[in-house]
Design a protein around this ligand. Structure first.
Ligand SMILES: NC(=O)c1ccc[n+]([C@@H]2O[C@H](COP(=O)([O-])OP(=O)(O)OC[C@H]3O[C@@H](n4cnc5c(N)ncnc54)[C@H](OP(=O)(O)O)[C@@H]3O)[C@@H](O)[C@H]2O)c1
Length: 232
C-alpha cells in the first residue's frame, strides 16, 4: 500500500457485484480489501485479483468485531470507502401473508442489520479518511417504497429498511465527513440475479464504482441508480 492510495473494503466480494467492484476499483488504483464469509473462496478471489482478503460474516457480530481488529492490525486505522455489498435473496414464491418469520429474520439480519453493524465497527476508520469517508449500501429496486408490490417480501422489506439505515447514517455522520448512499444496481446477471437479467456485472457495478471514486462528496443520503438520484 502506498500512502496516496485510497483504501476500500467490500463485503461479500468473492463473487458477483462485489467481486466486480473490487476488480474495477483495483484497476482505478485503490488499495482493495476484499471480504467474504468463506475464507477459502474469499482468499481465492482475492488472489485472482491481486488484492487483500479479510474474513467477515456480516450476519455474525463476533466475526465483524474480529474483522475490525484484524483490519486495524494489518492495514491501519484509515478507511476511505466501505461498500456494504453482501446480501441474500431467500424468497421463492411465498406471499407476505404466509412467509415464515425465520426467513424474514434471516433477510433482515444479513441485508439490514449486517450493514449497520459493519458500519459501526469500521466507522472510526472512515472518519480518519483524508478525503472524507464514503459508505455505499447495496440496496435494490425491490426496496423502493414508491414502486413496491408484493414481490419477494422478506428481501424487499430488508432493502427498504436498509434504505432507512442509509438515511439515518447519512444524518448521524454528516458532521464526520462521511457520505452515505444507497445504490439500486438494476437487475444484474449474477448468481442472485440469474442468467436472464438485463445487465452485465460490469454495468451492475457502475454506480457503486462511481460513488466510491468520482461522485461529489457532498452527495449523501440519496438512493442512486445509473449515477442519478431516484425516489425512495
Ligand atoms: N443481482 C441483482 O440483480 C441485484 C439487484 C439488486 C440488488 N442486488 C444487491 O447487490 C448485492 C450483491 O448481489 P449479487 O447479485 O452480486 O449477489 P450474489 O452473486 O448472490 O453474491 C452475494 C454475495 O454476498 C455474500 N454473502 C451472503 N451472505 C453473507 C454473509 N452473511 N456474510 C458475508 N457475505 C455474505 C455471498 O457470499 P457466499 O458466496 O459465501 O454466499 C456473495 O459473495 C446484494 O446486496 C444484492 O441484494 C443485486
Amino acid at each position: 500500500m502506498n500512502s496516496k492510495q485510497r483504501k476500500v473494503l467490500i463485503t461479500g466480494a468473492n463473487r458477483g457485484i462485489g467481486y466486480e467492484t473490487a476488480k474495477q476499483l483495483k484497476e482505478r488504483g485503490f488499495f482493495v480489501v476484499l471480504s467474504a464469509r468463506d475464507a477459502t473462496e474469499g482468499q481465492s478471489a482475492a488472489s485472482e485479483l491481486g488484492v487483500e482478503f479479510l474474513q467477515i460474516d456480516v450476519a455474525d457480530e463476533k466475526s465483524i468485531s474480529a474483522a475490525a481488529a484484524d483490519f486495524k492490525e494489518r492495514f491501519g486505522e484509515t478507511l476511505d470507502v466501505l461498500v456494504n455489498n453482501a446480501g441474500i435473496y431467500p424468497d421463492d414464491d411465498q406471499s407476505i401473508l404466509e412467509v415464515g418469520k425465520t426467513q424474514l429474520f434471516h433477510s433482515l439480519l444479513t441485508n439490514t442489520l449486517g450493514p449497520l453493524l459493519v458500519t459501526r465497527s469500521f466507522r472510526k476508520f472512515l472518519e480518519n479518511s483524508n478525503e472524507g469517508g464514503r459508505l455505499i449500501n447495496l440496496s435494490s429496486k425491490l426496496g423502493q417504497l414508491s414502486e413496491m408490490d408484493d414481490t419477494a417480501p422478506t428481501y424487499s422489506i430488508s432493502k427498504t429498511a436498509l434504505n432507512a439505515v442509509t438515511r439515518q447514517l447519512s444524518s448521524a455522520l454528516s458532521g464526520k465527513q462521511i457520505a452515505v448512499n444507497s445504490v439500486s444496481p438494476g437487475w444484474v446477471r449474477t448468481d442472485m440475479g440469474g442468467e436472464n437479467a438485463d445487465l452485465s456485472v460490469e454495468e451492475g457495478a457502475d454506480s457503486v464504482v462511481w460513488l466510491a471514486d468520482e461522485a461529489p462528496h457532498s452527495l449523501t443520503g440519496k438512493f442512486i441508480r445509473d449515477r442519478k438520484e431516484i425516489e425512495w
